[in-house]
Design a protein around this ligand. Structure first.
Ligand code: FES
Length: 112
């Protein structure tokens, strides 16, 4: 069984908030896995970057007030906390990744 490993993305919360302002997302690649890292009013969330509909990059999408990322192609919505597709189109849920803020930085956790 693979072990959860933590990968540092930013050196501090201040750097995270500066480089990833509120209501924006960025694509992060760790071990060849593309992740959409988003900053919403509820905090920072990491989900798979590839939309489960037709593979658009979700980090290019918008974030709404319900903590969802909206795919830029067909506007399907996904809950950033659970990965669930919330627009009722029956798409698979996104993989989610844990994020952690520690004294020495801001991390994303991956089984890789
Ligand atoms: S590719 Fe994302 S909604 Fe169609």
């Amino acid at each position: 069984m693979e072990e959860l490993r933590w990968y540092k993305i930013f050196d501090s919360l201040a750097e995270a908030e500066k480089k990833l302002p509120l209501n924006q997302s960025v694509r992060v690649v760790i071990k060849n896995i593309s992740i959409c890292l988003s900053h919403s009013h509820q905090g920072f969330f990491a989900v798979q970057d590839e939309c489960s509909h037709l593979k658009e990059s979700l980090s290019r999408g918008r974030i709404n007030n319900w903590n969802e990322v909206i795919c830029p192609w067909h506007a399907y919505r996904f809950d950033l906390a659970t990965g669930e597709e919330t627009s009722g189109n029956g798409c698979a849920s996104l993989q989610t990744f844990p994020v952690a803020l520690e004294e020495d930085g801001f991390f994303i956790g991956l089984y890789a």
